[in-house]
Design a protein around this ligand. Structure first.
Ligand code: TTP
Length: 204
């Protein structure tokens, strides 16, 4: 039995597309960064806290096959972590920061089962064009930016500003499918990582 500990409609959609059966129970945790924490450590910690929070609620009812999956996505531009924008002005500030340069999207994933805690992080490099002021105004008015890390959705109108990416597309949308299936297999069987961690991880 799989529980997705996330309120993100994108994560549910991606897990469904991958053919998994699961239920959703969103976890409410404190998403502030801790002093000295790297972005890669941060997203993995939040993913684990989300999964752990739902696992703890189930304490009375833990079965052999229960797995709780948590995830957290953040945008990192020149070492600065960009979460979800607080308001429209914040969304504009983030988009102006991203325009015309390259940034990284990190998703931490974590699974909890009776075999232990398993976590990993996936990193995708995203190349962003300059943003035309008319398009910026239209985008901010559309509301698409508001519930997304870095104030954009690669799967929506913002796709026009992204000529290419390097790495997993689904990771940018909130859940790296291939890496997640690997992690779930590990949580189910207690086996070790099939692929080595991202080399870029060392730099973040
Ligand atoms: C960069 C980017 C992010 N996103 C979304 C994925 C995530 O839903 C969101 C990042 O916020 P998260 O805090 O990772 O997730 P969430 O608040 O939506 O859900 P929960 O905490 O309950 O798990 O941004 C996109 O949909 N497209 C994109 O291109």
């Amino acid at each position: 039995m799989l529980i997705l500990a996330s309120s993100s409609p994108r994560r549910s959609q991606l897990l469904q597309l991958a053919g998994l059966d699961f239920t959703v129970e969103a976890a409410d945790i404190d998403e502030r960064t801790q002093p000295g924490e790297t972005p890669a450590t941060y997203v993995q910690r939040l993913a684990l806290e989300k999964a752990q929070a739902i696992w703890d609620l189930r304490r009375q009812d833990i079965s052999e096959d229960l797995i709780v999956l948590g995830a957290d996505t953040t945008v990192v531009c020149d070492g600065t972590i960009l979460g979800k924008p607080a308001n429209v002005a914040d969304a504009r500030r983030m988009l102006e920061m991203l325009a015309g340069r390259t940034h990284q999207v990190l998703t931490g994933i974590a699974a909890v089962s009776i075999r232990g805690l398993f976590s990993n992080v996936e990193i995708t490099q995203v190349f962003f064009d300059l943003i035309d002021e008319e398009e910026m105004v239209h985008y901010l008015a559309s509301g698409e930016a508001m519930d997304k890390a870095g104030a954009y959705g690669i799967q929506g109108y913002a796709a026009r500003w992204i000529p290419r990416i390097e790495g997993c597309f689904f990771n940018v949308m909130g859940l790296p499918i291939s890496r997640t299936l690997e992690l779930l297999a590990k949580a189910r069987e207690g086996r070790s990582e099939a692929r080595p961690p991202e080399s870029r991880l060392a730099a973040l």
